[in-house]
Design a protein around this ligand. Structure first.
Ligand SMILES: Nc1ncnc2c1ncn2[C@@H]1O[C@H](COP(=O)(O)OP(=O)(O)OP(=O)(O)O)[C@@H](O)[C@H]1O
Length: 605
């Protein structure tokens, strides 16, 4: 969600986005603003920061106990990131600026041909984001060198676009229904949208009253909107298609939309509708009145949450990440800014434009206490969701809980053998344990936020779902201590700290042993030794920090804080006092005639 730079926070520049149109700030420890590099130059910029400089700088920040092994690691990083030797780890990224690549299970690279430009229906055509492009994000940027080499031991990445029940732009759209979103079955907002569709055929911008600009991100602006005359309020993300095309961000927008379409989870956003006008692409989502956890944290005494509150927030985030992984989505951008607080105080993870999609092949790890031996090496125990198709893994039907939790088991053992074990187990065998997460996926993208980047991303070694467990550790640390663990004097120092500096905890606030132990398990530099690397979220859920958490009923638990009710009518910005550009003011003051969506001009980016 919003970068820190958009706020008054002193640590404004921690977010870096190689996909923004503004060049990346060079990784300079003295001044984060003075120099800029392109993403292709980024490794060079890092490599220019030699191991010698690194150890000098870190001696200054770390005192005299700078371990030799860290220096060695720094040497290794510097040499790995060196360019011009033919071994530069970002070479693939650099050479593939306008094509997406996918690596299938057999390691064959497939080039995706793409189209870009106006008038291309994102739902019907593949579009190029040109990757490696830059744009301003409110004074800071996020790294996104988006050439996703997705490689799973079992399956290939899917980029298939799907028909959606929320689309108003393609022939497959027809009417919205909650058929594919069982959690929304009784939602009045779904019904209100359906009623408009039933009356007017399609839903468009003219059906909404834009009340207030909530914020703007790299690819669009978000408005609090009312479905006119219904008192149903939404957050509408409005993206200028021309601007997306010229900044090569169409694919990013498409990724976000397709992911949103596929979600149906209490801690993830509901996409109520999306539609395109000639000029704009609009996503109609659930509105979260509680702001984000970054802002909320700043308001806490000592600017950190209590351990109890942290447990609540991170538990919900964990469930959201687990669900995303089960859909084959590696989130990659976890940070407090992207965790919004709903009306009821529960959380909603937002912002999917940096996410990576791959298909999943759920694996049975433990079928019962009697069958407790890890079985992942035995492919006969894999479970394939019924919706797995090579061309489209992001389909709403994938998310039906029955496919996640009621899989068919394929076993190499005979029915007879299995039956006898079940009988011995007295039919009270515990729930089977599955890994349905893309633990084997690999991407070479350079995406994320400095302080949250996993070491394997910085080192360009390729990364998979374990990056989300690293960021989960940083997130947990930040909520507890009010700061991130590896922040350096500048972005470059931060990156080197992430890779080479050991984890340390501040003396205050006092934090329980189990919290620190969980953080230690998550912030292991080598992904293969990191907690959750093998069995995903299950490993984290079982950690003593979460003792007492009722995972199944967490959505019924009392949140630490419930936002004050919003008086929506009072949120309407009077034309005279708004800081919007005149055209946008006129939109707020006068929604204009129906079906005249395209006269609007928004104040973007
Ligand atoms: N569902 C929502 N409810 C309330 N506010 C929202 C919602 N979605 C977004 N916002 C607000 O709008 C701002 C912009 O959100 P958006 O997702 O476009 O951008 P971002 O995450 O900052 O950027 P980027 O797209 O570059 O990752 C957010 O910072 C947040 O304040």
């Amino acid at each position: 969600m919003a970068s820190r730079s958009a706020r008054t926070s002193p640590d404004k520049q921690r977010r870096l986005d190689g996909s923004s149109h503004r060049p990346l700030p060079v990784l300079d420890s003295k001044s984060e603003k003075s120099e800029f590099v392109t993403p292709m130059e980024l490794p060079k910029a890092v490599s220019q920061f030699t191991s010698k400089q690194y150890s000098v700088e870190n001696k200054a920040t770390m005192g005299t106990d700078f371990p030799g092994s860290v220096k060695l690691l720094a040497n290794e990083v510097a040499s790995k990131l060196a360019i011009g030797d033919g071994k530069e780890p970002f070479a693939n990224v650099m050479n593939s600026s306008d094509s997406g690549c996918k690596v299938s299970g057999d390691n064959s690279v497939e080039q995706e041909k793409k189209m870009s430009g106006h008038g291309v229906s994102p739902g019907s055509a593949k579009v190029s984001d040109g990757n490696s492009s830059f744009a301003k994000t409110s004074g800071s940027a996020k790294i996104s060198d988006r050439i996703d080499y997705v490689e799973s031991g079992k399956s290939s990445m899917c980029r298939g676009s799907t028909c959606s029940d929320v689309s108003d732009e393609s022939s497959c759209s027809s009417f919205s229904s909650s058929v594919n979103k069982p959690h929304k079955a009784n939602d009045l907002k779904w019904e209100a949208i359906q009623a408009v569709r039933a009356k007017d055929g399609v839903l468009g911008l003219s059906h909404f009253r834009l009340l207030k600009k909530l914020g703007c991100g790299d690819i669009g602006s978000v408005y609090l909107s009312e479905l006119s005359g219904t008192k149903c309020y939404f957050a509408m993300k409005v993206m200028d298609k021309g601007s997306l095309a010229s900044r090569k961000k169409l694919l990013r927008a498409q990724t976000e939309r397709e992911i949103l379409q596929s979600l149906d989870h209490p801690f993830l956003p509901t996409l109520y509708a999306h539609f395109d006008t000639e000029k704009f692409s609009c996503l109609v989502m659930e509105f979260c009145p509680g702001g984000d956890l970054h802002t909320l944290r700043q308001r806490q005494p000592g600017k950190h949450f209590s351990e109890q509150a942290v447990k609540f927030y991170v538990a919900e985030v964990l469930l959201a990440l687990e669900y995303l992984h089960m859909l084959g989505i590696v989130y990659r951008d976890l940070k407090p800014e992207n965790v919004l607080v709903r009306e009821d105080g529960h959380i909603m993870l937002s912002d999917f434009d940096l996410s990576l999609r791959c298909s999943v092949s759920p694996t049975l790890v433990k079928s019962s206490s009697l069958d407790a031996e890890p079985l992942r090496k035995n492919s006969a125990f894999c479970v394939q969701p019924s919706c797995m198709e090579p061309t489209s893994c992001i389909t709403p039907s994938c998310v039906a809980p029955t496919t996640c939790f009621g899989p068919r088991f394929f076993s190499s053992k005979s029915k007879k053998e299995r039956k006898s074990k079940n009988e011995i187990g007295n039919q009270i065998s515990p729930m089977p344990e599955l890994v349905a997460e893309p633990t084997g996926a690999r991407s070479m993208s350079f995406v994320g936020t400095h302080e949250y980047l996993a070491p394997e991303i910085i080192k360009g070694e390729g990364h998979g779902s374990a990056v989300d467990w690293w960021t989960f550790g940083i997130f947990l640390y930040e909520l507890l201590f009010g700061k991130t663990p590896f922040k350096g004097s500048g972005n470059r120092a931060t990156l080197f700290n992430v890779v080479g500096q050991p984890l340390r905890f501040p003396e205050s606030p006092m934090v329980s042993f189990s919290a620190r132990d969980l953080i230690r398990g998550l912030l292991v530099k080598e992904p293969q030794h990191r907690l959750a690397y093998k069995r995903g979220a299950t490993e984290i859920k079982q950690h003593p920090f979460f003792e007492g958490v009722n995972w199944a009923l967490i959505r019924c638990a009392s949140p630490p804080e419930v936002p004050k009710p919003v008086d929506f009518e009072r949120m309407i910005v009077p034309a005279a006092s708004t800081s919007e550009k005149p055209a946008a003011v006129s939109v707020l003051a006068n929604p204009g005639p129906k079906n005249s969506d395209n006269y609007l001009e928004f104040d973007f980016f």
